[in-house]
Design a protein around this ligand. Structure first.
Ligand code: GRF
Length: 202
């Protein structure tokens, strides 16, 4: 399967996918990354892609007159690589109608909280502020809401009394990277169906 990975930051989830594919081999893993896209330049996520010899593209909201046109450009840039699956690995933008029309049901996101708790851009901070004793990460398909799509898998992380946002996020990301690598490989190799809210990996 062909994957396009979208990033906005440090790209450690992307790196985990790159490492897993390099270690297992494309055939055994079931997927290869064919391009990496971002909504900004100068980020470590893009540098990781370049070091791996992968094509990259950048699609910035501010370069487009409307959000809709940005969405169309992102869709076109992604579609140029003909992906079977698109993975949002810390991509901090909500995609629009056109992107979802094309990639709905095959667009996977990872979120650093146990959805449906703490959706949005500050999942780690919000869980901490709420006083949650466990949190974690969720790999899910993207729908037209914010972190509301069908859940594929979740991982649990305990909150410690001494945690601040960054310490907790680092522990979540360790679990998140393993979960994402596992889920993407399994759905690529085995196929899946989405029955309402329920995702069944075959
Ligand atoms: C992940 O925790 C992701 O869920 C969140 O941002 C982080 C991205 O990390 N939204 P990285 O760029 O993969 O290192």
């Amino acid at each position: 399967k062909r994957l396009v990975v979208l990033v906005s930051g440090s790209g450690t989830n992307l790196q985990a996918l790159l490492d897993a594919i390099a270690t297992a081999g494309t055939e055994a893993y079931g997927a290869e990354i064919v391009a990496v896209g971002a909504d900004r330049d100068g980020i470590e996520g893009l540098a990781r892609a370049e070091r791996a010899g992968l094509p990259t593209f950048v699609c910035r909201v501010k370069d487009h007159p409307t959000r809709q046109e940005w969405d169309a450009a992102l869709t076109e840039a992604t579609a140029a690589y003909e992906p079977d699956l698109v993975v949002s690995a810390g991509f901090m933008k909500i995609v629009g109608k056109e992107f979802l029309a094309r990639y709905g049901g095959r667009f996977v996101n990872t979120h650093p909280a146990l959805l449906p708790s703490f959706p949005g851009a500050h999942g780690v901070r919000d869980a901490l502020a709420y006083g949650a004793k466990v949190t974690g990460c969720t790999v899910h398909f993207v729908d037209d809401g914010v972190d509301t799509g069908p859940i594929i898998a979740q991982g649990v992380v305990e909150v410690r009394d001494e945690d601040d946002e960054s310490a907790l996020h680092e522990r979540i990301k360790e679990v998140e990277r393993r979960l994402l690598v596992d889920v993407v490989g399994r759905i690529a190799r085995n196929g899946y169906r989405i029955e309402g809210r329920k995702v069944v990996i075959q």
